[in-house]
Design a protein around this ligand. Sequence first.
Ligand code: PLP
Length: 689
Amino acid sequence: MHNEIYLDGNATSCVLPAAIDAALDMMGQRFGNPSSSHGAGLQARVVLEQTRERAQRLLGVGNGRLMFNSGATEGIQTALLSALVALRERQALGEACGNLLVYGATEHKAVPESLAHWNRVLGLNLTLTALPVDGDGLHDLAALRALAPSAALICTMAANNETGVISDLAAIEQVIVQSGTRACWLVDCVQALGKIDIDLAATRIDYAPFSGHKLYAPKGVGMLYVRAGAPFTPLIMGGGQEAGWRSGTENMAGIAALGTVLEALERGDTFRSHDELAGFRVRLAEALRAALPGVVFNNRFDKSLPTTLNFSVPGIASRELVDVFDAARVRVSAGSACSAKKAAPSYVLDAMGLPLWRSAGAIRMSFGALIDDATITDACARIARCGDALRASCLIASGPDADPAPPDGLLQLGVEGACSWLVFDAASRSCVVLDPLPELAERIAAYVRCQQYQVLAILGSTAGAPDAGLVAALGEHYQAQLDYDAHGWPLQANAQVTLEDGTPAAMLRLGKQVLARVQTTQDVCAWLLGVSEADRLPAAQVRFAFCARAAHSMPALCDGQTLLCPTREEHNQLCERISTSPEDMISADMQLDRQAVDALLQAHPGAVLVDVREPYEAAATVMPGVQLARSVPLSRLVEHASLWLQDDQRTPLVFVCRSGNRSLKAAQCLRRLGHPHSYSLNGGLALAA
Ligand code: PLP
């Protein structure tokens, strides 16, 4: 019932069942080498040539060549090597060739990276020049007109992998032809195969790489078209397969599978029509609009493949969206698959001139032409579920009736090696914001508004007015008209507390907790948070110390149990102690696989399994699968760490999360703090399930 919904078709596709059968047949029955002259070889050869003929018909190859290879990255290498070797030969003859290697600014990295590589290896010293695109992602034809006369090579993809934007190849061709340039023209057709009509020999295109795994064939098989008369230099030499153009025994299982997919394309009875796919996209877009208020689409539907949506949601990072969709078993990707691990902005959306929040927060949702109506219906329901989960966790605005359980204690919000803290008191619905990063202003304000808290102070470790964006976004939840000192400390709060060294400090009361202000240097502030009902805050009662660097700058005021909470988390650590544990505690035996976790839980029935995923992920989860003892989001870990450390028994803690990254971070933190029995489920829940 809660099947996986795979909406990452531009990264790869599953394999068509008939193509799996064909591949199995090639590996089982017809395993011969197509170069062998005996019967077994001849049987394989028939499949090889039938597949080639089919591709030649489908792609309109004409007198050109079509060779099989391992995929588009190889095809791109071969094409670029061929074009650049020919250029070098022309240069050696003293012919005037252009000096620019022009590539579309939104090309797949395989193109510019390979261009730079072969330019260097061949010692050509040509200049790589990105051809700009407009706000819709279409190539700037005026710029191409200006560059073409100096171009030695031109690369413009047919359809973009992140946005699905379909290039105007006819217009590009016109500019190239009119410029009279002799530059070779490479068109990466990976995302276009099966989705756009292609008639290669009728164009000026010199090279066109294709990849099987984007269209229901397996990974590791692809094709390269080379126009008749276009320069060619083999990338791989050897036994002379593929007429000597690409040596190495052919990947017959892959080729047979690809042949089956091409046959289905030719028959026209397997894949859905453009209009049906466009209708599915409209339904997904409507579901996204309803679930995620403010969602913006980064691709124009009338200019892109009907199978691709690319969107951003204000105030929500792409990582968070991927996490929540993944919990709902909807597989989408952040930007492009290759860069999904990094939270880097998408260079494709950057090239389109989109603002940073959109290019850094983008999600690509893409599907294949085999998708069915029921899957789309199910996907729309899961999208609604993700919206509800984000709403319940205050990541998107909730309706007036919502009343999420008020948080208590610490919340850590982080971006890229720096973080901000919020200290909540649920009983009084008041909180303090410590060192808010401007990037987090909207997030902090949304959280405070949604939880209906009052912000007592916005404190900065260095002097300066609080971020105007945050103040504006907080509105009535922060009393901006009151008097604050240069660090945001409210001057009305004139209560004082005596610290360990006997000095008095200004303090704010948050329920039973006391927040004391400490001037560490002339212009840097730090804060101590502890439990005190009297007017003293001895070191032993300081639970947390917040300082701009995880400096051990206040040893006199804290004790060994105090957790140092850096507002600049430079080493990606959640928190520290004055005396951290030796590094060897951190590395050894910390990551456990599923079996080892089971064994540990059996040996230690009291061990605690801790899910460090954020609440919206838990809320969106459609397959509870693992019965988890406790949910402690990573953003709330520090609060709980302080309690776990008070447990003298050192009960084993096993952290789990989606992929194993956050749980590892949690386990490392606990070990560093001196809890030797902290572990992480290696590979995360994805593997455990
Ligand atoms: N070009 C584009 C547009 C792509 O989307 C991809 C795959 O991500 C490639 C090239 C590389 O293809 P392959 O995985 O076959 O090497």
